[in-house]
Design a protein around this ligand. Structure first.
Ligand code: KIV
Ligand code: ZN
Length: 510
């Protein structure tokens, strides 16, 4: 069995998903969970993109102990210097430089000849190598690059000191057969290729990212790049959990294993979904709500007799637990603390205290409190962002024949209390207009989603909003037994994020 290294780029390529904008604390929370999941490498961001990105990469580098922490950099000295500045505090630091090699990118994007691209790639790897041992070189759009030229660039990058060579299908264009062939060709054409790690990085534009990743593994790739839940640019990246489960379930075919603790998959998926606001579709492989649900009578009958009739993965394998009813109104602080530990939280005492108060309040409103409720509640209390405004109260006057009117009371960070009222087209609209008046922020509501955490009339409602101000798009999330309160919390959180992120000027993007 070969061991395949997992390079997670949820915090970089994943964060490039439209509308996703994680705060520093959220990135650290995800990075620590990725460490628990057992990934070998964490691409924590693109340090040259903005001072805020640099700070978050540096914080992840300082906190993560058991994975290589990497920053992306374009192939120029300034980016590479920033990448090093960000990762230098890591236990194990890496720099990932990239440069496009395909004829389309050379001609239209870079306006560079083949020779110039090759020289620039070599110079970039050499510069990164002055700082760190772990240097990855990505030939962007390798999938559409002439194979003999790609082999030349790869050979030159290895000679310049690259320890990992990544061959991305940047636009998700190739078939598994074609993608696997690139790896076979590199093994045939590039002297010294066996001394480095060969990595694949697939996008899902044709729904082939996972299939292409598996094809690369079969063709000899020793590292795979991907994201949790498959989030990322456009249609996203290869979903790490799907690749890992394919390797685990079909060891007989792939003859390869990963270092992942598969039981952490469900928790990691749920955390990424909550913090990015990208809801996992019910039918998503491995982590979707229906991935282990059997609807047809024939299937149910089969599974009851013998699970393997229709189930090739056990839900427990990826860490799903049945929705046991656990704590209730009579549960004490100690039991609550144990439950948090069981659910994978590593909280400070002050955070446990806040969560416990919220839990007790929930017990007054909701008869049955499940694990999912506790997770939703605790995550909603740990907002992860600096709070410029806090929602103190929201009141609504609504009738199907009258104009809805909302009044809100916000507490500003400096202690000032702000009260405003507004009418709107509906209840949510009136609440949002009142909040806009109170904060004076000019924002546009780009998206609004509401989901229920569990089943039943008293289920917690989870609201996700996406707000836009100029080029800045952020998401906010709120949880409450009342969906209007959840809507207000989500909106105030998003406004707070806008204020936090506005201070961080964007310098560059991939
Ligand atoms: O898709 C891609 O080519 C990338 C590179 C920056 C590695 O994300
Ligand atoms: Zn990518």
């Amino acid at each position: 069995m070969r061991t395949i290294e997992i390079f997670d780029t949820t915090l970089r390529d994943g964060e490039q998903s439209p509308g996703v904008n994680l705060s520093l604390n959220e990135k650290v929370e995800i990075a620590l969970q990725l460490e628990r999941l057992g990934v070998s490498r964490i691409e924590a961001g693109f340090a040259a993109a903005s001072p805020g990105d640099l700070r978050s990469v540096a914080e992840v580098a300082a906190r993560v102990k058991n994975a290589t922490v990497i920053s992306l950099a374009r192939s120029n000295e300034k980016d590479i210097d920033k990448a090093y500045e960000a990762v230098r505090g890591a236990n194990d630091a890496g720099i990932h430089v990239f440069l496009a090699t395909s004829p389309i990118h050379r001609q239209y994007k870079l306006c560079m000849s083949k020779e110039e691209v090759l020289e620039r790639a070599v110079a970039a790897v050499r510069h990164a190598k002055k700082y760190v041992q772990h240097v990855e070189f990505s030939a962007e759009d390798a999938g559409r690059t002439e194979i003999p030229y790609l082999a030349e660039v790869v050979e030159a990058a290895i000679k310049a000191g690259a320890t990992v060579i990544n061959l991305p299908d940047t636009v998700g264009y190739l078939s598994p057969q074609e993608y696997g062939n690139i790896f076979r060709e590199m093994f045939r054409l590039v002297p010294g290729i066996e001394k480095v790690k060969l990595s694949c990085h697939c996008h899902d534009d044709l729904g082939l990212a996972v299939a292409n990743t598996l094809a690369a593994i079969e063709a000899g790739a020793t590292q795979i790049e991907g994201t949790i839940n498959g989030i990322g640019e456009r249609a996203g990246n290869a979903a790490i959990e799907e690749v890992a489960l394919a390797l685990e379930t079909r060891k007989d075919v792939f003859q390869a294993v990963t270092t992942l603790n598969l039981r952490e998959i469900a928790r990691t998926s749920q955390l990424v979904s909550r913090l990015t606001g990208m809801i996992v579709p019910g039918n998503k492989a491995v982590v979707g709500a229906n991935a282990f649900a059997h609807e047809s009578g024939i299937h149910q009958d089969g599974v009851l007799k013998e699970a393997t009739t229709y189930e090739i993965i056990r839900p427990e394998t990826v860490g799903f637990k049945s929705n046991r009813l656990v704590l209730g109104k009579h549960s004490g602080r100690h039991a609550f603390k144990d439950k948090l530990a069981d659910l994978g939280y590593h909280l400070e005492q002050a955070e446990i205290d806040i969560a416990f108060i919220a839990f007790k309040e929930l017990c007054d409103k909701k008869k049955e409190v499940s694990d999912d409720d506790i997770v939703a509640l605790v995550d909603s209390k740990m907002s992860g962002s600096a709070e410029a405004y806090k929602l103190e109260s929201v009141q609504l006057s609504y009738g199907n024949l009258s104009v809805p009117t909302a009044s809100v009371r916000l507490l500003r960070q400096d202690g000032t209390v702000l009260e405003e009222a507004a009418c709107g087209n509906g209840s949510v609209d009136s609440i949002y207009k009142a909040i806009d008046r109170a904060t004076g922020e000019d924002v546009t509501l780009a998206d609004y989603k509401i989901v229920s955490v569990t089943h039943g009339k008293d289920a917690l409602g989870e609201v996700y909003v996406r707000l836009q101000q100029g080029d800045l798009i952020v998401q906010g999330r709120g949880v409450s037994t009342d969906v209007l309160e959840a809507s207000a919390i989500a909106y105030v959180r998003a406004v707070n994020k806008i204020i936090e992120r506005r201070g961080e000027t964007l310098v560059a993007s991939v």
